[in-house]
Every structure is written in structure tokens, then in C-alpha cells.
Design a protein around this ligand. Structure first.
Ligand code: NAD
Ligand code: TYD
Length: 348
């Protein structure tokens, strides 16, 4: 813990892996704006990483960026030695189910090996805490009348993405038990909000609706997801950092179960796009039918609860994509890949 001479506040130095991605950039912004954290972002800037997500907070006295791959043990050790964080919030991952179906190897490399590299490096920071950001997808799929997932629901991943996250969760638990690592695991339902890469459902459907392109709905569109606004997820992650008990798992969910078809209807209504754009396409392989989260443990033990109602949150998210077309145009054209190079006068 450091002491900030200007504000007089105590300030924690935290390393955020994957801080240039969707959830990571929202988390970093929240931490910097709170005035309670010095944030070091460690990110490899894969296709999913976009430094433009952080323009307003980057390279301020409270936020520095380190380019690096979490599978590179010497780079990770160097960054930890340079910054000596008191906590790591680990979000870097390959995160898209469809990509894991097309090619699983990068998921094992980053999500399993990369997490192991971080865990080994943590042994040189014995007083630091590790917050491992995982997903409800490790629990597998639910039927329409099944009870929502609790933290003790057996791991039963379907996709290679979910399997790689489950493997990383087990590695974290093994380091808590074997090496006494101070770590908590969080498992969250589907997030929505600003800065999400438009291969994911909500930004993809919103941008296609705005551009008059087809909206590709997998299968019958009756799959259910429990949507949580990214800000609420980030509040939960900070609560887990502060109040989580080492070795414990905490679920976060939005009490926002909705079918994909219902989400598309809301997007069409707000954008004014024609329902004729809806195109039912071949289903995803082994498509999980339903996710739902019981977050009572996080309510009880972390004092966390979602603050955003899905209708209002979705409305403001669609409005964000509608009004930030330069951001989405740069992502869709690939121009965002040059942002780092221009900013730091170097090549990726
Ligand atoms: P994202 O794909 O938007 O961002 C991932 C970030 O990690 C990118 O900035 C990317 O450059 C970076 N990265 C990838 N591989 C890396 C590597 N080898 N080394 C360093 N950096 C690397 O992902 P997201 O949606 O922001 O998800 C963040 C975390 O939250 C992930 O661990 C994901 O499993 C988990 N999660 C996501 C959701 C969701 O709905 N998006 C829900 C629950 C949990
Ligand atoms: P996605 O955003 O990929 O998240 P996840 O697979 O992790 O839940 O997809 C959300 C839901 O939307 C999921 O049921 C798959 C569906 N989907 C489509 O119907 N069409 C699409 O083009 C995409 C990307 C997803």
C-alpha cells in the first residue's frame, strides 16, 4: 500500500492482466477513477486487445501499460519485479467460444499455461493477492427447470474455452492448497456494456442492425443467458479483491435471464432496424442451452449485488455503440491495431 501525497489517500498498486480487453478496460477505468489504485496493465494486445479502450486513463500517473504475453515467464517476472504489485487481477484470456471450437490450442496456451506462469511468478510475491477471473461456463449447461449454478456445482465444461477456464481454476486452487497462495476465484455470467469486441453477441447484433446487415441467430434462438452489466462485474471483482476469502469461489450474475431471440428483439426495437434482418443460421456445436447464476454467496459474504437493471443497461449499451461509431469502425476495419504503434512510436 502506498500513500498518495496529493490526495492523502492510501493507494494500492494492482497489476491487471488483459486490461486492454472488454472487461479489463472497464475495470481499469473504474479503478483509476476511484483514486484508490495505481494500475499496471499487462496485455499482449491480441486481436481482442485495444489500447484505444483506455485512451482516457492511460499513461496518467495512475495507469501504466506494459506490453507482454502472460505465457512469457521472464517477461512476467520482469514486470512484477519492476512494479511490485500487492495484487494481480487476472483477466487475460482467449475468450470467444466460437474461436475455441475452430482452434482450441491458443486457449490452452493462454488460459492454462499463461495462468500457470502467473501462479509460479506469484510465489516471488508472497504477500500479494491473486484474483482469478473465471466464468460460469465452467459449470456446463442447464435445462429450463434446473436450479441456477452455485459455487459447488460440479465443473462440467462443454466448449474448449470453458474447459481451458476450468483447468485454470483448478490450477489456482492447487496453488492455494500446495503453496499457500492468497487467491480468490470469481465466476461470472455473460457481460454486456461498452468496449466489447464485436464478435460477441450484443455488439455484433447492434452494429449489424445499425448497418442494415443480417443478424445471425444460432439455432432456434431460444438459448438463455444471464446478462450482467460489466460495471456490476467490476464492482464484484473489486469486492472480491478487498473482502474475498482465500481459496473461495464467488459467483456473480445479473438476475437477467433472457433468450437470445428476446435480446435481438430489444436491439431491433431500439435501433429501428427491420426484423427481416434476423437470419437463423446453423447452430453452434454443442451449444449450451442455458446459463443462470445463484450469486447469494457474493451478496452475503462480499456485500455485492448488481445495480443495473437489464432493460436500462441494455438501452444504454445500445446507445453507446450507436454513438461511438469511430471506435467500432476502427475495430471493424482493423485500424485499431495501429493505435499502440502510433502511441508508442514502435511496432507490435
Ligand atoms: P477479451 O477477449 O475482451 O479481452 C482479453 C484481453 O486479454 C485482451 O486485451 C487480450 O489482448 C488479452 N490477452 C489475451 N491473451 C493474452 C496473453 N497470452 N497475454 C497477455 N494478454 C493477453 O475478454 P473479456 O470479455 O474482457 O474477458 C476477460 C476475462 O473475463 C476472461 O478471463 C474471461 O474468461 C472472463 N469472463 C468474461 C465474460 C464475458 O461475458 N465477456 C464473462 C465471464 C468471465
Ligand atoms: P457469445 O456472446 O459468444 O457468448 P457465450 O457463448 O460465451 O455465451 O454468445 C451469446 C449467445 O448468443 C450464445 O447463446 C450464442 C449466441 N450467438 C448467436 O446466436 N449468434 C452470434 O453470431 C453469436 C456471436 C452468438
Amino acid at each position: 500500500m502506498n500513500y498518495d501525497l496529493v490526495s492523502g489517500k492510501s493507494v494500492q498498486r494492482v497489476l491487471v492482466t488483459g486490461g486492454a480487453g472488454f472487461i479489463g478496460s472497464n475495470l481499469v477505468r473504474m479503478m483509476v477513477e476511484s483514486g484508490s489504485y495505481h494500475v499496471v496493465v499487462l496485455d499482449a494486445l491480441t486481436y481482442a486487445g485495444n489500447l484505444a479502450n483506455l485512451t482516457d486513463v492511460l499513461d496518467t500517473e495512475r495507469c501504466v501499460f506494459e506490453l507482454g504475453n502472460i505465457t512469457d515467464a521472464s517477461r512476467v517476472r520482469q514486470v512484477l519485479a519492476d512494479h511490485k504489485p500487492s495484487a494481480i487481477m487476472h483477466l487475460a484470456a482467449e475468450s470467444h467460444v466460437d474461436r475455441s471450437i475452430a482452434s482450441a490450442a491458443p486457449f490452452v496456451e493462454t488460459n492454462v499455461k499463461g495462468t500457470l506462469v502467473l501462479l509460479e511468478a506469484m510465489r516471488e510475491l508472497p504477500d500479494a493477492r491473486f484474483v482469478h477471473v473465471s466464468t460460469d461456463e465452467v459449470y456446463g449447461t442447464l435445462g429450463p427447470n434446473d436450479a441456477p449454478f452455485v459455487e459447488t456445482t460440479p465443473l462440467d465444461p462443454t466448449s474448449p474455452y470453458a474447459a481451458s477456464k476450468a483447468a485454470s481454476d483448478l490450477l489456482v486452487q492447487s496453488f492455494v492448497r500446495t503453496h499457500g497462495l492468497d487467491a480468490v476465484i470469481t465466476r461470472c455470467s455473460n457481460n454486456y456494456g461498452p468496449y466489447q469486441f464485436p464478435e460477441k453477441f450484443i455488439p455484433l447484433m447492434t452494429l449489424n442492425a445499425l448497418e442494415g446487415r443480417p443478424l445471425p441467430i444460432y439455432g432456434d434462438g431460444q438459448q438463455v443467458r444471464d446478462w450482467l452489466h460489466v460495471d456490476d462485474h467490476c464492482y464484484g471483482l473489486l469486492a472480491a479483491l478487498k473482502r474475498g476469502v482465500s481459496g473461495e469461489v464467488y459467483n456473480f450474475g445479473g438476475d437477467g435471464e433472457r433468450t437470445n431471440a428476446a435480446m435481438v428483439s430489444a436491439i431491433l426495437a431500439q435501433t429501428g432496424a427491420s426484423p427481416d434482418l434476423c437470419t437463423y443460421v446453423a447452430d453452434r456445436k454443442a451449444h449450451d442451452r442455458r446459463y443462470a447464476i445463484n450469486a447469494e454467496k457474493a451478496h452475503r459474504e462480499l456485500g455485492w449485488a448488481p445495480t443495473r437493471n437489464l432493460d436500462e443497461g441494455l438501452q444504454s449499451t445500445i446507445a453507446w455503440y450507436t454513438h461511438n461509431r469511430t471506435w467500432s469502425d476502427n475495430v471493424r476495419s482493423g485500424a485499431y491495431r495501429t493505435y499502440y504503434e502510433t502511441q508508442y512510436n514502435t511496432t507490435l
